[in-house]
Write a new protein. Structure first.
Length: 261
């Protein structure tokens, strides 16, 4: 009786364990998507300290990856990697691309990498295409908020697969995140390294709770979305040839960098 009780407890615990986001994808083939990033960072929506010059409000290029649940580009309440830190603080993609490449080589957790051009204003659109695989149905990306200490927007492990089917279209509102590596409060703060490093946190209208914070709007309940991303499945006749940089991993680092550049 004791053994059966113990076994039932173990089985019950096992059934409550989280299952990988991509474990139930049974789609039979690859799928290609267009991904459209829309900046909504306007002076009307975000009037406080809105950057008008040196530099004006804008967005960095998008850097993204399609992957399995074995890989994580970034995650809320966890520490940012050195690559994510460099991208969030300076817009430098080299370190992050190297981390993606190494993950693809070591544990085959990465299917492909994609990028989209920067946007030279707070509002506007940029787009590219990406490819997902039944074993790699998750999409993650980062876009740096420029200027800012270490702020960015992005998606962490969005699953485009539902059982046997690929989703036709997904739209997600995006809000600012702090990479936890620079302690600046305002868009134009000088470099001020966070020591020890903090975790990635979402910036809200009341957090950080400091009147100097550029996103501090204590009279609001929630910040409006600062950006939006829409991912749309491409029909097969439109899937021949990717118009934007795209490669499969593993590959040598210079191949990745040259292709995305």
């Amino acid at each position: 009786k004791v053994i059966w009780t113990l076994l039932a407890t173990i089985l019950g615990y096992a059934s409550s364990l989280p299952v990988g986001d991509d474990s139930i994808c049974t789609a039979e083939e690859l799928a290609k998507y267009s991904i459209i990033f829309t900046g909504k960072w306007s002076q009307t929506a975000f009037p406080k300290q809105y950057p008008l010059y040196r530099p004006p409000a804008q967005w960095s290029s998008m850097l993204g990856v399609t992957h399995s649940s074995d890989y994580s580009m970034w995650k809320k309440n966890e520490y940012a990697s050195n690559g994510v830190r460099d991208f969030a603080e300076k817009g430098e993609a080299w370190g992050l691309m190297k981390e993606i490449e190494e993950a693809g080589e070591k544990i085959q957790s990465v299917h492909g990498i994609f990028s989209a051009p920067a946007i030279s204003s707070g509002t506007g659109q940029t787009s590219t295409e990406l490819e997902v695989h039944p074993r790699h149905p998750l999409v993650s990306f980062v876009v740096r908020i420029v200027p800012s200490p270490d702020w960015f927007v992005g998606i962490d492990s969005l699953n485009l697969c539902e059982g046997e089917h690929w989703l036709e279209e997904v739209s997600v509102d995006l809000y600012p995140y702090d990479a936890g590596t620079d302690s600046g409060f305002t868009f134009s703060s000088p470099n001020f390294a966070t020591i020890p490093q903090d975790t990635v946190t979402e910036i809200t209208c009341s957090s950080p709770s400091h009147p100097a914070n550029s996103f501090y709007y204590p009279k609001l309940k929630n910040l409006p979305p600062i950006a939006q991303v829409t991912i749309m499945k491409l029909k097969k006749q439109h899937q021949l040839g990717l118009s934007a940089p795209f490669i499969n991993l593993p590959a040598k680092s210079n191949e990745i960098i040259d292709t995305v550049s």
